[in-house]
Design a binder for this molecule. Structure first.
Ligand code: IMP
Ligand code: MG
Length: 180
């Protein structure tokens, strides 16, 4: 195996199963409605692409990009918004699609921005959740693909280390010997 990957956490098949399950849940919960999916660039792009194909109600898609000011591996409290929504979400049912929920600082900032735009509803779907790392206590995902421990730094399927490895077709734990 690629030696920068210590362990495969979620194979292609696991990820497909997660998207199937979440897609069904979401389609069921929003039956008869239209949904705006807000993908978080860049990490959630692969997940978003797979997930929307498992949702069978009418959907719109839009994107936001947020980054934290400090570091690449650890996210700090200050969140910078690099891209805002293109379309108006007033009165719409909105679901944020994120790659991973860690401290919660990113989603806390994004939720506050989107709430000001008066959506009818606002929920969160995250592929992965590191609940032990949460610092913003009131941030909770409504749909979670899987929970993972806080000491695992993941790469692949959208997850990066210094912008690399997003294209791996699985989610793996990075071997920190390769971290610079
Ligand atoms: P939060 O603001 O701490 O919740 O930060 C979440 C963001 O940190 C995610 O959107 C990811 O970009 C990044 N992140 C957190 N954990 C990992 C990881 O294990 N691998 C890659 N990126 C991560
Ligand atoms: Mg991210």
């Amino acid at each position: 195996m690629m030696d920068f990957v210590e362990e495969i956490l979620f194979s292609k098949e696991d990820l497909n199963e997660i998207c199937n399950r979440l897609g069904k849940e979401i389609s069921n919960d929003y039956k008869g409605k239209e949904l705006v999916l807000v993908g978080m660039l860049k990490g959630a792009t692969l997940f978003m692409a797979d997930l929307i194909r498992k949702i069978d109600i009418p959907c719109y898609i839009d994107f936001m990009e947020a980054s934290s000011y400090v570091g690449t591996k650890n996210s700090g409290g200050e969140v910078k918004i690099n891209k805002y929504l293109r379309n108006d979400i007033k009165g719409m049912d909105v679901l944020i699609v994120e790659d991973i929920l860690e401290s919660g600082f990113t989603l806390d900032t994004v939720v506050k921005i989107l709430e000001k735009q008066n959506p009818k509803s606002l929920k969160i779907c995250t592929l992965l959740d590191k609940p032990e790392s949460r610092k913003v206590k009131n941030i909770k995902a409504d749909y979670v693909g899987a929970k993972i421990p806080k000491d695992k730094f993941v790469i692949g399927y959208g997850f990066d280390y210094n912008e690399k490895y997003r294209n791996l077709p699985f989610v793996g734990v990075m071997n920190l010997k390769y971290a610079d």
